[in-house]
Write a protein that binds this ligand. Structure first.
Ligand code: NAP
Length: 221
């Protein structure tokens, strides 16, 4: 199974690329620039060795050849990417990690942006009616993903209206050292995880930590 991370050249997508490669998965880093994609793949090999399965290519090509496509770009770039890849992701699992933040749309505060669709994930599902849209990873900070010396130590909420796709993404998440995947139910519940990230960013500042994360008690898996 091939996993593409559109916008995987930096931040959350690059962190996930590292973690998925470390877990032995077949990863494609997508970008608007083939040079940046190749450079990011080279950086993954530099960190994990030449045996890891990683390639770099344009977002559109990555979406074409992958089985599971992660959207790891800021919200402001979402709609053009969805238009560009819509036909290539028909029938595929598409995972949104996107947090709707003012900072990532109009600049400024890290407050949540309210969307008419209810959440970014639901917006994606409205636009990609023939894909299996899943929402996950909004509450895992990039710093936790990049620190390969340590397990991620977070619960990852996973939401979807497609049970098989949700189970698949939960399995992928659990391949990351320290992650416990939690079934968050239907896609409409994604709004809670998406909004919660603003609070986590606030807590990082309040407690002067690099990243805070979620662990649910009372759930035995
Ligand atoms: N950072 C975190 O800790 C964190 C945690 C949870 C969720 N997220 C979510 O993950 C997503 C990525 O966040 P990030 O911090 O990783 O962002 P980022 O570093 O600003 O962007 C990641 C990549 O997205 C591509 N990109 C940037 N602007 C774009 C645009 N307008 N259109 C298309 N592609 C664009 C760029 O790749 P190319 O230039 O190579 O195309 C860039 O390297 C966001 O939606 C964010 O809310 C982030």
């Amino acid at each position: 199974m091939r996993i593409a991370l559109l916008g995987g050249t930096a931040g959350q997508g690059f962190g996930l690329a590292l973690r998925f490669c470390k877990a032995g998965m077949d990863v494609i880093i997508g970008s608007r620039s083939v040079e940046r994609a190749l450079e990011a793949a080279k950086n993954v090999r530099a960190k994990l060795g030449n045996n890891v399965k990683v390639e770099g290519m344009l977002n559109e090509n990555a979406a074409k050849v992958a089985d599971v496509v992660f959207l790891t770009i800021p919200l402001v770039g979402l709609v053009p990417i969805l238009k560009a890849v819509a036909n290539d992701v028909i029938g595929k699992v598409v995972v949104s990690v996107i947090v709707p933040l003012e900072a990532e749309t109009i600049g400024g505060a890290v407050r949540p942006v309210r969307l008419w669709s209810g959440s970014v994930a639901e917006l994606v599902a409205e636009r990609l009616k023939d894909s299996k849209v899943v929402s996950a990873f909004q509450n895992v900070a990039v710093e936790a993903l990049l620190d390969l010396e340590k397990p991620v130590e977070c619960d990852v909420l996973v939401f979807s209206d497609h049970e098989d796709a949700k189970q698949l993404v939960m399995q992928l998440a659990q391949k990351i050292d320290g992650v416990r995947a939690i079934d968050g139910g239907p896609l409409r519940n994604s709004r809670y995880a998406e909004e919660f990230t603003s609070l986590l960013i606030f807590l990082d500042k309040r407690y002067s930590v690099k990243f805070s994360g979620l662990r649910f008690t009372g759930i035995k898996i």
